[in-house]
Structures are given as C-alpha cells and as structure tokens.
Design a binder for this molecule. Structure first.
Ligand code: 6PG
Length: 243
C-alpha cells in the first residue's frame, strides 16, 4: 500500500488550501536562491478550485514574479473555448494575480497538434533544466480522471508514459479529442509531483491505486506515482472513502 504519500483532508476546499501552502513554500524556497519556481499545472474542476483560492487569498502573498507557469496538458481547442485548460486558468487565476505574461507559457491548443507538441517540447528544452535528457520541472500539479488517466495520458495509450518525446499528442478515448500533453518521461523527472484529487467519483479508482491491487498497473496515475521519486497525493475524504 502507498501510505507515506497520502494527505487526506475533510473537504475539497481544505485540500486546495493545503496544496496552495505547498506551492507557496516551494516558491519561497526558490526565491532564497533568486530562482523562479517552474510549475506545470493541469486542467479540470479540481485545479480550478485551487486557482480560485490562489486568486482570492494569495494575490498579495505569493511572489508571483518568481513563478513560471507551464501546462501539463491542453485540449486542442482555441484558448477561448469552454474546454480550454488555459482559458479556465486565465479566467480563474491569471487575470486576478500580478503575474507577468512573460512567465506564462501557454500550450497553443488552436495550432496543429503535432506542430504544437514539437514547439512546446523545444520551448521546455530551452526554458528548463534537464534530467535524464528530459525537461525537469520543480513542481507538477496533476489531476486524475475517473479512468485513472492523468495529464492527457489515458489507459488506452500507455505508451505516452515512457515516450522518447517530452511532449506528445494524446487522444481522449471517448470523444477522440486531441490534446497536447507532457509525457510520463517528462513528468517523472519533476523535483516534486502533487496528485490533487477530490470527489467521491475518484474513490473507486484510488482504492486499487493506493492499495496496489492487481489492476493498478493499468492506470497512468499509478504508473506515474510508482516511477517518480517525489510524489504525494492530496485528496479529500470523499475521494479517499474506499481506502
Ligand atoms: C484534462 C486534465 C485532466 C484532469 C483530470 C481531473 O485536461 O482533462 O488535465 O488530467 O486533471 O481529468 O479532472 P477533475 O479535477 O475535473 O476531475
């Protein structure tokens, strides 16, 4: 059982508050070295809760000029589309905190997917240090879907976990939507990974992952947790209800 990496809170809001504190701590650590924190963020309703909290309570607390924001994944839609991860982050966070646009590195969902994956990989190779020949983030904020996907690495395409690429094109198995996504090869190099998971709909998938039941090998979120050096699960009681 994965036990030393679990942090369980009463509510989604308390879980988001705990994650916000980790981000603040990590960015302050980097400011002591006069270095930025390179963070990659995910989309979805759980991260949106965190972004809203950061906007409402951390605008004057966090040293935003020391934060460089990248994306874990992006749907291949324009940034103004309702499903855009950037669009959600722009509305809930970026318009409400004093971060320079030079510190925001958007995946261009409106571009040709393969072209954008190559462009973003080249950008990461230019902007980030490398580890094991892949770009290394200081911190990656991951979510997890009800099918055990994380980033836009779905159980139907596990090859993205150990791709030779740092950034690739994923496909949603149900609606065929293409997505730009960090591969597991990149994600697993991160100094620190937070799997931020809330809601009872995730409890059924978390059980086999945390208990390392036989089926867990089929879930990208488990594979990332197993193969990364520093991964923690931040979850609410509803998500943890079957543990
Ligand atoms: C995406 C996200 C995805 C998300 C999970 C959790 O673009 O779909 O990056 O990986 O983090 O699906 O989403 P919820 O928090 O909304 O359940």
């Amino acid at each position: 059982m994965i036990t030393n990496k679990l942090f369980i809170f009463e509510t989604p809001d308390e879980t988001a508050r705990a994650v916000a504190k980790v981000i603040l701590t990590k960015v302050k650590e980097k400011t002591k070295k006069s270095l930025p924190l390179n963070i990659a963020i995910s989309g979805g309703s759980t991260p949106k809760l965190l972004f809203t909290l950061l906007a409402e309570e951390y605008a004057d607390v966090l040293p935003w000029h020391f934060l460089r924001i990248f994306w874990v994944d992006e749907r291949c839609v324009p940034p103004t589309h309702a499903e855009s991860n950037f669009g959600m982050t722009y509305e809930s966070l970026l318009t409400r905190v004093p971060i320079s646009e030079n510190n925001v590195f958007r995946m261009q969902g409106e571009s040709n997917p393969q072209t954008e994956a190559k462009r973003y990989q080249a950008l990461l190779e230019k902007e980030l240090p490398e580890k094991n020949n892949f770009p290394q983030f200081d911190l990656i904020l991951l979510g997890m879907g009800e099918d055990g996907h994380t980033a836009s690495i779905f159980p139907q395409d596990m090859s993205l976990l150990n791709s030779e690429l740092a950034v690739a094109v994923g496909v949603h198995p149900e609606n065929g939507q293409k997505r730009i996504t960090l591969t597991g090869s990149t994600i697993q190099q991160a100094q620190h990974i937070i799997l931020f998971i809330t809601g009872s709909s995730k409890s059924g998938i978390l059980r086999p992952i945390i208990h390392q039941e036989q089926s867990c090998e089929n879930y990208p979120a488990y594979q990332i947790a197993k193969n990364s050096e520093s991964v923690v699960f931040y979850m609410d009681k509803a998500a943890a209800s079957e543990l």
